[in-house]
Every structure is written in C-alpha cells, then in structure tokens.
Ligand binder design. Structure first.
Ligand code: TRP
Length: 338
C-alpha cells in the first residue's frame, strides 16, 4: 500500500431548495470565495439530487437551482477560478453514491442526527433517499478526492461518516485510494441568528420575513429589516464579555464584524457605548454597501438564465475530467467488468 499524495482540493455544496439568506452568505459562501484565492482547486455544487430527498416542485427546483448559481456568482465565486456545477449534471456523483450505499452500514446511518431531525415523528413516511443522503454526500466529496470541505457545524457528523466510508472502502479493498477529508468548520461567531429572536438561527423557513435578510432583498428592504431588528434598551458594551447575556446585541455586532472582516473586539472598541439608535444606521449602511450589489447582480443574472446554464454546462464538463477517471478506477478496484 503506497501513500498517495492528494491535490489540495475543496468541495462544498448547498441545496437549491430556495431562499438564500445572510446566514448562508456569512456562514458558507464568503468562505467559499476566500478559498478560491488560496492554494486549492475549488469545486462548488448545487446539490439538486439531495434537494429531492424531500418533495420539490419541479418548476421551483429549476428556478432555485439557477437562483443559487446566481447567488454564488454574484457573491464572488468566479467560474474562471472555481468549478461551479449542479450535482445531477455530473453523473459520477450518483454512481459513486451507489457504491457507497454498499459500503456504509445500517448502524452508522441510523445514528445520523440530521435524518432524525428532518424525518421527525413520521420517519416511516420519509423517503429512502433522505435516509441515504449522507452516503451520497460522501460520494460528492470523494468522487473528487477532495481534501477539504468547508461546512457549518451541523454537517460535522456527515463529514465523520465520509471519513468512515473512505476508511472502510480502503480497508476492505486493500487500497489507499480515497483521502481522509478534513472538515473546515465555521465557528459559532459566523452563525447568523434571527433578527427577531437572537436565540434562533436565521432561517429561510421562519414564517416572519423580518427575521432574515434574503440575498435577493434590495437596499430598502435590507435597511428596514436592520432598523426594525429586535434589541435591548442598553448601550453597546466595550468588551466581548458584555455581550454574553444579550443574544440580539451579540448577533448584530457579529454581523457587523463579519461584514467588515473585523474581529468583534475591534468593532466593540469603536462602537462600545453607542445606543442602538446610533449603531443600527451604521450597520444598515454597511449591510447595504456589501449586500445590495450582490442582490442587484443576482437579479441581472436571473434575467439571463441561458448564461447561467452555459456556466453550469461548462462546469460539468470540467468536473467530469476529474470525476470520470476516479469513478473508473473505483469500478476497477471493486471488480466491475468495464
Ligand atoms: N448536506 C449539506 C447541507 O445540508 C449539503 C451538501 C451535500 C454538502 N453534499 C455536500 C456539503 C458535500 C458539503 C459537501 O448543508
């Protein structure tokens, strides 16, 4: 067994199930953009096959896939620097997914907390795809021999499963073929909370639109939501500890820090002592200056779906230059006649 050298390669994916928020941007996409400037090959994916593990209206799925692609591109993911794809257009994901269905064990899958959360009380009525979801996710990553995967905290268990699948495959077939992928987990500081309740995550499924900033919101909507964000009556503290019991204040300061690429300490140095009446307009201006250009560019791209489709088709053919040889070698290792 020889020690294989793997090219530094980043893979990550987001489901095109509608509604990109500031949480997706600060918690994931911003990091995706940074990694494309580092010494990695970067592949970013709209995981449409994962989305249909729960019902998606077909017309919505098409629209949401293009909108997510527009969101990626408008946020700075460059089709020149990164490979941008939708999962179903690169068939090797699903093909390797099947092999991994035969590697992963029932016991491992039953421990996955996301399945339990998503299936809820009605697990008997959940799709088989929802149960197998993490094996396809492992295939997304390993069909590129990806070495690094930037994801939110909630995906940690799926990344551990990915390593378990790689290790069992390598062990069972006596090869050193799949890498042990490293998760790149965003810290809690980049977790964006609801603007109406600082203890809940900002979510596209919150019934109140005022609780979130959508990536499609225009300048007026962004400013208005920040002005109306829930706060407490006290002035901002000068030290981080002063935010401990103040979830709404902490959230707004975190958003300010993340949008301006500064630390929370640094921001509090400047704004400590301010009332929200002073701080909120500053935050609104900052958010508008960073986010309004993105929503404008998204809208422009969405007016030209043929251009988005061209970018995704090109991405798929670049991706397949990587995935086809890896799948072919996997089939040989398994003993498939080809
Ligand atoms: N499960 C991820 C999520 O819900 C999405 C995803 C699918 C993914 N395949 C992936 C993320 C591969 C990283 C790598 O957020």
């Amino acid at each position: 067994m020889s020690e294989q050298k793997f090219t530094p390669r980043v893979f990550s994916g987001i489901q095109p199930s509608g509604g990109l928020t500031l949480g997706n941007y600060l918690g994931a996409i911003k990091r995706f953009v940074q990694m494309q400037e580092e010494d990695f090959e970067t592949i970013y994916c709209m995981v449409d096959l994962h989305a249909i593990t729960v019902w998606q209206d077909p017309a919505d799925l098409t629209r949401n896939t293009r909108e997510l692609a527009a969101g990626f591109i408008a946020s700075g993911i460059s089709p020149e620097k990164s490979i941008l794809i939708n999962q179903s257009q690169v068939p090797e994901h699903a093909q390797l997914g099947w092999i991994f269905n035969c590697v992963a064990r029932m016991g491992w899958m039953k421990r996955m907390t996301q399945f339990k959360d998503k299936a809820g009380k009605n697990a008997e009525n959940a799709s088989l795809g929802l149960f197998g979801y993490p094996a396809l996710m492992a295939a997304d990553i390993l069909v590129y021999h990806a070495t690094h995967v930037p994801v939110g905290e909630d995906q940690k268990q799926h990344l551990e499963l990915t390593r378990d699948i790689a290790a069992k495959f390598n062990h069972d077939y006596g090869v050193d073929f799949f890498p042990m992928t490293e998760p790149v987990i965003e810290g809690a500081a980049t977790r964006v909370m609801s603007l109406r309740d600082g203890s809940k995550k900002m979510s596209k499924s919150d019934p109140s639109d005022a609780s979130r900033i959508n990536m499609t919101d225009d300048a007026d909507a962004i400013a208005k939501k920040i002005r109306k964000a829930k706060t407490d009556p006290d002035a901002l503290p000068s030290e981080v500890e002063g935010l401990a019991e103040r979830p709404e204040a902490r959230n707004l300061v975190n958003i300010f820090a993340a949008l301006s690429d500064r630390t929370v300490e640094d921001v509090l140095n400047e704004v400590g002592g301010q009332q929200f009446g002073t701080f909120k307009p500053l935050l609104a201006d900052l958010a508008v200056s960073k986010l309004a250009p993105i929503s404008t560019e998204m809208a422009r791209l969405m007016d030209d779906p043929a251009e988005i489709d061209r970018i995704l088709a090109k991405g798929a053919s670049q991706a397949r230059e990587i995935t086809a040889p890896i799948l072919k070698r996997t089939y040989e290792i398994v003993g498939m006649v080809g």
